[in-house]
Structure formats: structure tokens, C-alpha cells
Design a protein around this ligand. Structure first.
Ligand code: SF4
Length: 484
């Protein structure tokens, strides 16, 4: 095939030469009969009759020509819109429409993010790995374990150092990992000195081959506080085993207020405040996120001054997944007994109060100066307009959180976005949709590319995929999103 039959794609710095009938390196652009063509349809959200309908395709792939457009009820996302490069060129679509009598404009672009990543929240008590440990995919470092949150372990994945600062393979694998996670695919990762996990946005995590079901009801101390009244007078002592804060009923403030008698129990670990112990064991995937399988291993000998034969003891984890019931014998040694029915209810109540364990994936990206140039000739004006609540940022029509401070660094929950919102280019970088919506007059004032504004109903000849708004997603064109 001669070079003459190839066309050059200029949508990213790779500048592929694409032969007829073939796609470029990212599979997003193709040479269709000599025309450079974005192969995925443009995703459009239309307010459905049934506002509860989730983001599902209902029109399939259809050409926009002849389609009924409902200005105000139609939102053009950046998914499938394409990219312009270099960035001084206007964004691919700058679409105007009237919403409740106000002229609005939405500027859409599939942005190429070299500075981006994913923040992943994994609802589990199990220890996944020490903080700062590397998270690997296919053996390549793609991120690290960061500070745990209440009932969840957190990962910070991607970022410019993994995308561009390591080996070529590290960059490629990081890019693939981010794209798959953000497109809600299941991804297996390993953590140095830790667990093997499978993460899929909106689904329960799998830790070392076991699917997690519940996140904990609270820390051990909180669990004592919540259930003290249900244990009082049914059992002499309760220990809620937790890697972070193990709770002991008789010593805890809740037990004191209820008048629970001293039991002479002694707990290994570091006492924080009465009835609250840190570091009773090492972190792990056993009881309450510790490494123990035998709960008695966190107890020392009972104090004979206070303990008595026949003393009853319930030990339970923060999810109620693990529990055991004991009675002290004549030598004050705990002997395991069948859990009485009166206590079974309290264990079931702990389980019932645990929410389902899920993985949450938030894409984070920074709309850099160059991306902003596709919106306005004076990029800093866009940042100011966003901070002034004159411009709404969305990603695939989903609401985003814009970080305070400089730039437009945003986070978006990928489960609120249409399917396959993310792509990549082999630089490597992630391609993610970003839309800026504002009043047409405000767009003119911030130095927008007014000559490139097209009316929604005049956007024809574009293949589109129409989806309904996601449940709970605010409508991006609604007045309440803006300061005016
Ligand atoms: S990688 Fe994709 S966007 Fe970049 S030049 Fe090649 S075909 Fe175009």
C-alpha cells in the first residue's frame, strides 16, 4: 500500500498514518474511504419520560440526521466527540441550545490526560497491604496503598510518574489498568507484602480469592457502644476484635454507664482509653482485619481478683463474620461453648447493620492549560469561570467534584458515567470525556471560540448513541447548577 493512500490522524501527538480500512494505534480513529473518522458514536443524553431509567442505550447506534432533538432535554457528552490537537484549536463540538429561555453552550472534548489516575475505595476490614506498598498489575507498579478510611482500604493508582516516569511497559500497563478500572472492568492487582485483589467498580472486592460481602459496622469501640444494651445482662463480657480499635465491654464507657461488673479480662496490645485497645495483633485477613484465627490469642490470663468460674465471654469481629462464645472453667480458662440463642441475635444484628462491601473508583484528572485553550483563547478565564460557578464541569454528563485551589482538577465516580467512557492513546495517556456548560453570553465574555458555536439542531451527519440520564445524576443544564 502506498503512503499516499494513508491519512494522518492529528488528534494526538502520536500522529498515526492510517491505511484505508484500518484504525490508528488507539482504535479510536479510522481511515474510512480516505476520511479520518472517529469510530465510536457520539454519546448524547436525553431526558427520558421515565427519569429513573439508568444510563442504558435505547437508540443504539444511529445517525443523527433526521433525529428529533429536544433542546434543553438533550445533552451532548464528550464521549465519542474526538480530540483536537494541538490544543489551540477549538474543541470538537461547541454546541448551543436554549434551556428555559436561556441561551446555553456546552463545549465538549475527549481530553487526553497524562496527569490522571484513580482513587479506589475498597470496603473491607481485611489488611490489603502496608501503607505506601506498591500496587502491581501484571507485575508492573501502577500505584500504592494510601491511608485507610473508616471501614475501607484506599489505593491511589496511576499518576504521571507511573504513566511517564518508569519503563515503557510500566506506562502501558498503568494506562491499561486505569482504562479498565474506569470502564468498570474487573482488574486483578497484587500488593507488595499484601494481598491479591480483584477490583471492579460498583461490585464487591475479592481479597485473596474470597469475595467480600460486608463492610464493618464500625470500629471495635463503636460496636461496643452500639450494641452494649443488647449484651448487658445476657453475657458477662464482650470483646469486639478489630485491627484498629478493639473494644472491651466491661471497661468501655458504655459498659460503665450500664453498670457492667469488672471481669478481670486482660487484653494484649496498647491501651488507648478505657475499653479501647490498639495493636492487639498484626494486620491481616483474619478476625476484624487482624492476622488472628484464634481470638483467645489476644487475651492474657484473667485476673483472679475479679474473674470467676462460669464467667461468660462473647468474642466477635466488627462484621459479625467471626464470633465465639466461652465460659471460664474452675481455673479461669475460657472453654468454648455453643453460642446461646439470646446472643445469636446480637451477632446477626451486627451482620445486618453492615453495608454491602463495594469497590468505588473515582477517576481524577487535571484539565490543563492546553485543554482549556480548546474552550477559550484565554485559558485562565475558564478556571475562574468554573470557580465562580458560571461554568459547570461534567464528565460524560456525570457530576464532578472540582478541587479547590488552582487549575481544574476534578474527580468523577465512574459508575455514574455511560459505558466505555474512557479510552487511551499510546503516549501513554488516558482519554476521558469533559464538558463545560455555561451561558452563551458568559462564553463570549470569557473569550470563547464564538465562530465555532453550532446550534444543537444543526449538528448533523454524526453517528450518535443516545442514553437516558443516570439515576441521581443532576441534569447538567439545570439552572440550579449555576450562580445566576
Ligand atoms: S493514537 Fe489515536 S488519536 Fe493518536 S494519532 Fe493515532 S489514531 Fe489518532
Amino acid at each position: 500500500m502506498s503512503a499516499a493512500e494513508k491519512i494522518r490522524c492529528d488528534a494526538c501527538p502520536v500522529l498515526c498514518y492510517i491505511a484505508k480500512g484500518r484504525t490508528g494505534a488507539c482504535d479510536r480513529y479510522a481511515n474510512v474511504s480516505g476520511e479520518l473518522t472517529r469510530v465510536d458514536p457520539l454519546v448524547v443524553i436525553e431526558e427520558a419520560q421515565d427519569k429513573g431509567t439508568p444510563l442504558v442505550p435505547f437508540a443504539g447506534r444511529a445517525d443523527w440526521d433526521g433525529g428529533i432533538v429536544k433542546p434543553g432535554g438533550t445533552f451532548v457528552t464528550a464521549i465519542g466527540a474526538g480530540t483536537t490537537y494541538p490544543d489551540y484549536k477549538p474543541a470538537p463540538f461547541i454546541v448551543s441550545s436554549q434551556v428555559e429561555g436561556v441561551d446555553m453552550v456546552t463545549v465538549v472534548s475527549e481530553a487526553i490526560f497524562s496527569y490522571c489516575g484513580a482513587k479506589v475505595k475498597i470496603d473491607t476490614d481485611r489488611h490489603l497491604g502496608p501503607e505506601r506498598s506498591l500496587v502491581r498489575c501484571q507485575g508492573e507498579p501502577v500505584g500504592h496503598v494510601t491511608s485507610g478510611e473508616y471501614g475501607s482500604q484506599m489505593l491511589s493508582l496511576g499518576g504521571v510518574h507511573h504513566l511517564t516516569g518508569g519503563s515503557k511497559k510500566e506506562g502501558r500497563v498503568t494506562c491499561d489498568t486505569l482504562m479498565d478500572l474506569c470502564n468498570r472492568k474487573a482488574v486483578e492487582m497484587t500488593i507488595d507484602e499484601g494481598a491479591t485483589i480483584v477490583v471492579e467498580a460498583g461490585r464487591a472486592p475479592v481479597v485473596n480469592g474470597e469475595r467480600e460481602t460486608r463492610m464493618r459496622v464500625g470500629c471495635g469501640s463503636a460496636t461496643i457502644g452500639m450494641f452494649a444494651r443488647q449484651w448487658f445482662e445476657h453475657v458477662d463480657e464482650v470483646v469486639v476484635v478489630d485491627d484498629h480499635i478493639t473494644g472491651v465491654l466491661s471497661e468501655h464507657q458504655a459498659g460503665k454507664v450500664l453498670g457492667v461488673r469488672d471481669t478481670g479480662i486482660k487484653i494484649r496490645g496498647r491501651k488507648s482509653t478505657p475499653g479501647r485497645y490498639f495493636q492487639v495483633a498484626e494486620p491481616g485477613t483474619g478476625w476484624g482485619g487482624t492476622n488472628i484465627s484464634d481470638p483467645l490469642s489476644i487475651l492474657r490470663e484473667f485476673d483472679p481478683k475479679h474473674a470467676w468460674p462460669g464467667l461468660t465471654l462473647l468474642m466477635v469481629s466488627t462484621t459479625g463474620d467471626h464470633y465465639a462464645y466461652y465460659m471460664l472453667d474452675e481455673d479461669l480458662k475460657p472453654v468454648e461453648q455453643k453460642l446461646p440463642a439470646r446472643l445469636r441475635l446480637s451477632v446477626e444484628r451486627i451482620q445486618e447493620n453492615c453495608e454491602p462491601a463495594l469497590c468505588s473508583v473515582l477517576f481524577i484528572g487535571g484539565a490543563g492549560g492546553s485543554l482549556r485553550a480548546g474552550v477559550t483563547e484565554n485559558p485562565v478565564n475558564l478556571t475562574r469561570s468554573v470557580k465562580d460557578m458560571l461554568t459547570l464541569v461534567s464528565s460524560g454528563g456525570a457530576p464532578v467534584y472540582v478541587w479547590p485551589g488552582g487549575g481544574i482538577t476534578f474527580m468523577v465516580d465512574v459508575t455514574r458515567m455511560p459505558d466505555n467512557s474512557f479510552g487511551y492513546v499510546p503516549t501513554p495517556a488516558i482519554v476521558a470525556p469533559i464538558e463545560f456548560t455555561l451561558r452563551l453570553e458568559d462564553y463570549r465574555l470569557l473569550g470563547g471560540h464564538m465562530a465555532d458555536v453550532v446550534k444543537l439542531e444543526d449538528v448533523t451527519g454524526v453517528e450518535r448513541r443516545t442514553v437516558s440520564p443516570a439515576r441521581d445524576n443532576p441534569w447538567p443544564m439545570a439552572h440550579r447548577n449555576f450562580r445566576w
